[in-house]
Design a protein around this ligand. Structure first.
Ligand code: PRP
Ligand code: URA
Length: 210
């Protein structure tokens, strides 16, 4: 795989993913653990944000301490399932503005269509982290990132929980400049466009609409 795609080797992340993969996990637990995964992925994909230093006083003495050199990136949740990751991402970036992109896949054609766009104004200066747990055919992510770029974002990152090889290839081909972080790379898509073994329908499991 092209180096723009990365799966971090992280025991906590892997354990949490196994919890939400389990068929018997209820919706409340699924949502809570998905948020925890969102916090870990957000911290991991933003580890290289530019830093500066500031002169501060600790209770014991002065020091030159690292700080972020720029405002926090905008968070963009791809509805619905991206909202589950957003809850955790906001724990890590409480001051980041949040955008919402509503996309839904047609179950037969697997093409995504857009039903809502609410994006922050300062995407150009802050950059954006697009959040969606599932990268299946890649259609939704390709479309979401195109929208975010169209709104002015120059630096865009994408975090997901489970990726299929087909989706990674499609996203890398459409947006080679976008780093992709996923908690796992699964085997393939099935005939219905679901990731195998995957975790089922992330939106339905998150919102109890199965
Ligand atoms: C799911 C998922 C992604 C998309 C991935 O959303 O959250 O957005 O499918 O599939 P793709 O890579 O083939 O485009 P869905 O369209 O089911 O909407 P939902 O989150 O509202 O359930
Ligand atoms: N969307 C999901 O929620 N799950 C999949 O496996 C594929 C697309």
């Amino acid at each position: 795989m092209n180096p723009s795609f990365r799966v971090p080797r992280h025991a906590l992340l892997r354990d949490k993913l196994t919890r939400i993969r389990r068929r018997e996990t209820d919706s409340a637990t699924f949502r809570r653990v998905l948020a925890e995964i969102g916090a870990i992925l957000t911290a991991e994909i933003l580890r290289d944000l530019a830093e500066a230093t500031a002169r501060i006083e600790t209770p014991v003495g002065p020091m030159e301490a690292p700080i972020l050199d720029a405002p926090e990136p905008c968070l963009v949740a791809v509805l619905r399932a991206g909202l589950g990751l957003l809850d955790g991402a906001r724990m890590v970036l409480p001051d980041a503005p949040v955008g919402h992109l509503g996309l839904v896949r047609d179950e037969t054609t697997l093409k995504a269509s857009e039903y809502v766009v609410r994006l922050p104004r300062d995407l150009a200066t802050r950059g954006a982290l697009v959040l969606d747990p599932m990268l299946a055919t890649g259609g939704s992510a390709v479309q979401a990132i195109a929208r975010v770029k169209q709104a002015g974002a120059s630096q865009v990152r994408f975090a997901c929980v489970v990726a299929a090889p087909e989706g990674v290839r499609a996203l890398q081909a459409a947006h080679p400049d976008v780093p992709i972080l996923s908690a796992a790379l699964d085997e393939r898509l099935n005939e219905h466009g679901y990731i195998v073994p995957g975790l089922g329908d992330a939106g339905d499991r998150c919102f109890g609409t199965e």
